[in-house]
Ligand binder design. Structure first.
Ligand code: NAP
Length: 268
């Protein structure tokens, strides 16, 4: 497993993290991922998987960089503090390594929310502050509203079929040392050779390339995301075998030509 720096924090997080939306795999897949070096586990108050994550990592908390999120509907000052307390209770822990705002909420002043996030850092309940589904403009506002902490990450949709963030968010994050945590990197499994696999030319390009490099389509789709700067991916799987497969998407690189071939087959 290869690691990338989270923002400019000096913290190294695995290129392949473990997503847990709709996660029903029990402790096995998470344990296997951790054993293979995947240290970042992503959950959220919305997912109702914080308790399962907390139980799975109880005896190996030191090997995990734990990320969770506050709902976009909980962004008033007191609601943020309550949500973090509740998440910590469900996670059965003392500190959240990365606390992310799940989505923005125009009805709450951003300064109020970011103030609460900074208070959580001061209290020692949160180590780093991130966002999710934020535009570049929203990221700038969030950063400006903070006085003591950098914004270290933005968790956004990114995969071969959804490349919109390349227009502005990818270069902005690269220029400002902000990690992009790519969610749904397998396009919900449709890039991973399963039943809803792409039936068109795009699917055959991906399959053909996977054969050429001796990897699976899922591994190629994940590795293609990692060709981008400042990016890590957080595929979700309920299966130990697919956890092993996904973790092996790290530790090697598609060539520039192979990346370009995929860029052409899956245009922006
Ligand atoms: N911040 C946000 O708003 C947001 C939104 C969506 C997701 N997320 C985060 O991103 C994570 C991942 O996104 P996602 O769950 O939407 O989609 P995803 O990771 O792109 O795809 C998950 C699907 O792919 C299947 N899969 C995984 N690995 C596979 C493999 N190697 N071969 C074949 N199938 C495979 C899984 O099935 P099995 O489980 O049966 O293997 C599942 O059906 C989430 O769990 C969550 O942590 C964040």
């Amino acid at each position: 497993m290869e690691y990338r720096e989270l923002g400019s924090t000096g913290e190294m997080v695995s290129e392949i993290g473990l997503g847990t939306w709709k996660y029903k795999g029990g402790p096995g897949p998470l344990h296997k991922g951790i054993e293979l070096g995947a240290n970042l586990i992503d959950t959220a108050e919305m997912y109702r998987t914080e308790d399962a994550v907390g139980a799975a990592i109880k005896d190996r908390r030191d090997k995990v960089f734990l990320a969770t999120k506050v709902l976009g509907s909980n962004l008033r000052h007191d609601a943020v503090l309550r949500a973090a307390e509740n998440s910590l209770r469900l996670l059965d822990g003392d500190v959240i390594d990365l606390y992310q705002i799940h989505w923005s909420n125009r009805s709450v002043p951003i300064a109020e929310t970011m103030g609460a996030m900074e208070e959580l850092v001061e209290r020692g309940m949160v180590r780093h502050i991130g966002v999710s589904n934020f535009s570049v403009a929203e990221m700038k506002e969030a950063q400006q509203a903070m006085t003591k902490n950098p914004l270290v990450s933005n968790q956004v949709l990114y995969n071969l079929k959804n490349r919109q963030i390349e227009r502005d968010l990818v270069p902005y994050c690269a220029d400002n040392d902000i990690t992009i945590i790519a969610f749904t990197p397998l396009a919900d499994g449709s890039l991973a050779g399963r039943s809803r696999f792409l039936p068109d030319r795009r699917g055959s390009v991906l399959e053909q390339l996977a054969k050429e490099v001796g990897k699976t389509p899922a591994q190629v789709a994940l590795n293609w995301c990692l060709s981008r700067p400042n990016m890590i991916v957080i595929p979700k799987t309920n299966s130990v075998e697919r956890t092993i497969e996904n973790c092996a998407a790290s530790g090697w690189s598609l060539t520039t030509d192979q990346v370009a071939m995929l860029d052409n087959a899956f245009p922006l």
